[in-house]
Design a protein around this ligand. Structure first.
Ligand SMILES: Nc1nc2c(ncn2[C@@H]2O[C@H](COP(=O)(O)OP(=O)(O)OP(=O)(O)O)[C@@H](O)[C@H]2O)c(=O)[nH]1
Ligand SMILES: [K+]
Ligand SMILES: [Mg+2]
Length: 441
């Protein structure tokens, strides 16, 4: 079998920086330590201040070397970290010097973590947690990523897997003793109740209104209402820049224009949409269709009433939605319907309140689920599929279709849940997960 490549990469931010960290992992690490470091290969996990040379004997830099021997490292392989001066010339020389050695090459994005996964140091959800904590911008994203990389999801899936494995064993018993009097009747009951318990736990996880995914990717707010109500003006005011075109022509906005903000400690995508009306204009009609879709997909809608023309009333208002009575500089706020917030983009009246209402909504929604089980669409897809398999298993058990079919369905559900944490059939998902990492991680 061919020896594995040794990989290296800059693991710290772009130069110049105070310190650059070069990470190296693989079988050539011991040799690199012996031949390139004046100190020789340091004792594991003991920092050594040393001169670092390339293989032609030219000095790369003076820095700190830190060695971790397999399997006691992040990747599970021999690894070496070099803490160098963070200038571009130093980094360039170091990476050229390292890759000049046979069997050493630059790492691909996420390759260190992929090796950690392959060596059983992390499961797939923990690896995703590593990617998420690097991307985390809000405290909520960081907390969620920390929980995940600490095995928070692993624990849940392991629990389900164990339950299902036990249930499968009971089903096997039914298959093996099909004709022994009332055995199936008696055996089916505990199997059914175990299946139903897991199904209800999965249903609870799926019924989280997407909170985990929203914390990670951002909550969705759509500004909707009739043409010229001032939707784009409100978006620009919230964004504090001219993100969308504003004119006094009805039907100005056609595409959905999205702006990313942090409100209430959460990432929030605010979408400006086309004014809702019947129209013969093909382009505008498509805009209206997109506006309705954005409104339907949003967690929260801001329904804008034009204060100077308060008809028609807002469409499809849900309980959490916000109604604003815009252009309050033109009409007395007293004319606003009950519960509507009078605002004016011109004078700024009510804008702070609108912002704090959005902030209050997202922080309330984010804390409505204590520890979301689903943080990515990938998890949701697998859970939906797993639940469908379990439903089929239950139906097979209660009908005449029998235990054999039920066993197949439970086995299928086990595979679907296991693939979330990367225990089976993972080749296809690995590429998708690790390619989104940054280089050096
Ligand atoms: N007086 C006053 N005028 C406003 C206010 N908000 C918006 N306008 C004006 O209303 C007109 C329409 O504003 P837009 O922001 O383009 O309205 P819209 O709802 O995005 O319009 P469409 O994209 O065409 O649906 C512009 O002339 C704005 O300057 C406000 O609070 N007070
Ligand atoms: K307009
Ligand atoms: Mg507009």
């Amino acid at each position: 079998m061919a020896a594995r490549d040794t990989i290296c990469a800059l693991a710290s931010g772009p130069p110049p920086s105070a310190i650059a960290i070069i990470r190296i992992s693989g079988p050539a690490v011991a040799e690199i330590g012996k031949s390139l470091l004046a100190s020789g290969l340091p004792e594991p996990k003991r920092a050594a201040l040393t001169y670092i040379y390339d293989s032609d004997g030219a000095l790369i830099d003076q820095g700190i070397a830190l060695y971790a021997n397999a399997p006691h490292s992040y990747t599970g392989e021999d690894t070496l970290e070099l803490y160098l001066h963070g200038g571009p010339a130093v980094i360039d020389h170091a990476l050229r010097g390292l890759t000049a050695i046979a069997g050493v090459r630059l790492a691909e994005p996420g390759e260190f973590t992929r090796r950690a996964f392959e060596n059983g140091k992390l499961d797939l959800t923990e690896a995703e947690g590593v990617a998420d904590i690097i991307e985390a911008e809000t405290g909520a994203q960081k907390a969620q990523a920390l929980r995940q990389l600490g095995g928070g999801l692993t624990e849940i899936y392991d629990g389900w897997r164990e339950e299902l494995t036990g249930t499968l064993a009971l089903i096997e018993v039914m298959i093996d003793f099909p004709d022994e009097g009332d055995v199936p009747e008696d055996t089916a009951r505990p199997i059914l109740s175990r299946l139903e318990k897991i199904m209800s736990e999965i249903e609870t996880a799926l019924g989280d209104r997407g909170v985990g995914e929203r914390i990670r990717d951002g909550f969705r707010v759509a500004i909707v209402g009739p043409p010229n109500a001032g939707k784009s003006s409100i978006l620009n005011r919230l964004a504090r820049r001219e993100a969308a075109i504003v004119t006094d022509i009805a039907g100005t906005t056609r595409d959905v224009v999205e702006v990313r903000l942090v409100l209430g400690g959460q990432v929030v995508w605010i979408a400006d949409t086309a004014g809702l009306r019947e129209t013969e204009d093909v382009v505008e009609a498509e805009g209206v269709r997109r506006a309705r879709r954005a409104a339907a997909e949003a967690d929260l809608r801001i329904h804008v009433i034009d204060g100077t023309d308060p008809s028609p009333p807002p469409e499809q208002v849900e309980t959490q939605d916000i109604i604003v009575f815009n252009k309050a500089d033109q009409r007395p706020a007293i004319l606003a319907p009950d519960g509507a917030l009078p605002i004016s983009v011109i004078t700024g009246e009510g804008i702070d309140k609108l912002e704090s209402w959005i902030a209050a909504f997202v922080s309330r929604r984010a804390s409505s689920v204590e520890a979301p089980v689903i943080t990515r669409a990938r998890h949701r897809e697998k859970l939906v599929a797993g639940l469908a398999s379990l439903t089929a298993a239950r139906d097979a058990l209660v009908s005449d279709m029998g235990a054999e079919l039920a066993g197949e369905d439970v086995r299928m559900a086990l595979r679907q849940l296991s693939s979330v944490i990367g225990r089976v059939d993972v080749e296809d998902v690995l590429g998708a997960v690790f390619s989104k990492f940054c280089i050096g991680k």
